[in-house]
Ligand binder design. Structure first.
Ligand code: G6P
Length: 607
């Protein structure tokens, strides 16, 4: 939930650290700091707030070795004393993750005479390494030995003023990769931070420790065994993480959805049939043997799972459960070894989803599939099967293109499972594949509704609450619409299956409670229309996202926006887009920080 950058090179690395932190700000943005070795001494600068504050505070600092950090507070409030790096003697440390035994370490180190100046768990790592260095003068060895004492998740980077030409990094549970170049070597929480200097990336495994100098790297396991890790040439384009002509990453990512879907659907190319192999080697055998699906995910990814449940049961005839990962990991459930466990995650690093996946496997459920946007992530590596969505990097904290590409992937899973269960006749298969391939065009037409949605947004700016309604496979879309609105505009929003309205939420409806309804022209439309009448009868103001042919009359208190195409089973993918645009424009009117909403972070790598 924090971002790390480290560098050692033949030239000044401070601009690289700052630029890298800016790319990682999505991981946390309540304070930032850097430490460099200047004249054989650690020079540290920290600032509360965004990386821009740190950049201003860092002034003219120049050095060839340094570490930097952007923070999302877990232990200790956002304050300069809690910002990283933390120092002890001549060493400085930045850390992403949570050290579970920090209290025991803190009391042990306090007894040894170390004075703690922050409320963080990280400071105990700094003192522990310093103490280890006293008996073992080599930084690489000292970090390795200190890490053996840490319980929890971490990615760390460490510098020592007595060994000014090197950085030592280590990882267990939190992401960390190295970037290699002729002019220097680097480390960061993700590749986007290092594209400014190199495309050659080495992904560290859990339990790896690495030493970087300007001229080379060495990697070992925590027990000291040397290891080699392959160099990957990143395919990310530097443009993919640039804002371009857009005002916000969220806006850019909403408008990238046609391309993101087209890239993701390349898996089925121009083919008239779908093959299980798109989920990896061995998929045909595994998918033929499963009797149900269990989806594990958090946040927006869980909403894609809820949507898929409607598809999987209706089209493939497979029983499906969707569980919030943080609940599943701690409850006693009935394991089913024939169940397919699907972990859905944009980042592939979400701590709860990863732990839920491991929990499912520990119960003997080995049929696992990752649906993920980051190929090298922990969740992908720990699943037997994988489908990589090709949304490209998603920077805005509120997920958009990751969601629609997850839906596309889950629809492909539905088709494959329907096929292996002989529930998909060739003409129907061909028809679904054509519809999928047409999606980018259909999404473009929905995006063209932006001006009308912008006009609606003005009316929401002074509202405190909003209610979202949907039925059937569009109920999870209502959930996602409510989540988007609360995440970035801070308006309290709730979603209900429209049929539940009369069992409670109707009591809230009055002129101050806008009711947003997803109303495609499907077999539930007549039922939904009756629910909307219930709202009208209580003086509620309705905002309806209908289809062209939904036949809902407009009036003073019923505002209708019609989507250009009716899209059958795949309609949730189109109907979520106006809800994304609505929340974006409401947030703009309210003047909130759209890409970095308060208290949230993009990648939640802590519990
Ligand atoms: C955070 C993000 C959400 C995201 C959720 C799950 O809360 O702010 O946008 O949906 O984590 O993340 P994942 O990477 O597992 O999809």
């Amino acid at each position: 939930m924090c971002g790390i950058v480290a560098a050692t090179a033949g030239n000044n690395i401070v601009p690289v650290l700052i630029e890298g932190l800016k790319k990682l700000e999505y991981r946390g943005y309540d304070s930032a700091g850097l430490a460099v070795i200047a004249g054989n001494e650690i020079e540290r600068t920290r600032a509360v707030g965004r990386v821009a504050e740190l950049e201003a505070a860092a002034g003219q600092i120049a050095a060839t070795t340094g570490i930097a950090h952007t923070r999302w507070a877990t232990h200790g409030v956002p304050a300069e004393r809690n910002a990283h790096p933390h120092v002890s003697g001549g060493i400085a440390v930045v850390h992403n993750g949570i050290i579970e035994n920090y209290e025991a370490l803190r009391s042990e180190l306090t007894d040894q005479g170390y004075v703690f100046t922050s409320d963080t768990d990280t400071e105990s790592i700094a003192h522990l390494i310093e103490a280890t260095l006293q008996t073992n003068g080599n930084l690489f060895a000292a970090v390795r030995l200190a890490c053996q004492r840490l319980i929890g998740a971490y990615a760390i980077a460490v510098i020592d003023q007595t060994q000014p030409d090197r950085v030592v990094v280590a990882r267990e549970g939190s992401p960390l990769l190295l970037g290699l170049s002729d002019s220097g070597n680097y480390a960061a929480s993700d590749a986007s931070a290092l594209l400014q200097v190199t495309r050659n990336m080495v992904y560290l495994e859990n339990g790896d420790i690495a030493e970087l100098t300007a001229s080379g790297i060495r990697i070992s396991r925590l027990d000291g065994t040397p290891v080699k890790r392959p160099v990957h040439v990143s395919e990310l384009s530097a443009d993919a993480v640039e804002l371009g002509n857009y005002r916000h990453y969220m806006q850019k990512e909403i408008f990238e959805q046609p391309e993101a879907l087209a890239n993701t659907l390349e898996a089925v190319g121009g083919s008239k049939t779908i093959q299980p192999g798109i989920f990896g080697a061995g998929a045909a055998g595994m998918l033929a043997g499963i009797d149900s699906v269990l989806i594990l995910a958090c946040g927006t990814s869980a909403h894609s799972g809820y949507t898929a449940r409607y598809w999987l049961e209706a089209i493939a005839g497979v029983p499906c459960n969707v569980e919030i990962a943080s609940e599943y990991r701690y409850r006693t459930s009935v394991p089913n070894p024939r169940q397919l466990v699907v972990a859905i995650s944009q980042s592939g690093e979400t701590a709860d989803t990863l732990a839920a996946l491991r929990h499912a496997k520990s119960l003997g459920q080995e049929n696992t599939l990752a649906i993920c946007n980051v190929p090298e992530s922990a969740i992908v590596r720990e699943c037997a099967l994988r489908f990589i969505t090709r949304a490209g990097p998603e920077i805005g904290v509120a997920s958009t293109k990751a969601f629609t590409t997850q839906l596309a992937a889950l629809f492909l899973l539905t088709l494959v499972l329907a096929k292996v269960r002989q529930r998909l006749a060739p003409p129907q298969e061909n028809c679904f594949l054509d519809q999928l391939r047409h999606l980018p065009v259909a999404v473009n037409k929905v995006l063209a509704l932006e001006p009308a949605i912008e006009a609606w947004a003005e009316r929401f700016a002074d509202k405190q609450h909003a209610l979202f309604l949907g039925r059937g496979r569009h109920y999870p879309i209502a959930l996602e619409g409510a989540l988007k609105l609360k995440e970035i505009s801070y308006i309290h929003a709730e979603a209900y299956p429209a049929g539940e309205l009369k069992h409670g939420p109707l009591a809230l409806v009055d002129a101050n409670m806008p009711v947003i309804s997803v109303a495609p022209n499907d077999d539930l439309l007549d039922k939904l229309k009756s629910n909307l009448k219930e709202v009208q009868a209580r003086g509620g103001e309705l905002y309806v996202f209908a289809d062209e042919d939904s036949q809902i009359p407009e009036s003073d208190a019923v505002h209708i926006l019609r989507l250009p195409e009716h899209y059958g089973e795949l309609s949730p993918i189109l109907h979520v887009i106006p809800l994304q645009l609505l929340s974006y424009h409401v947030a703009l009117v309210k003047g909130t920080d759209v890409d970095k909403p308060r208290n949230l972070a993009k990648s939640v790598t802590v519990e």
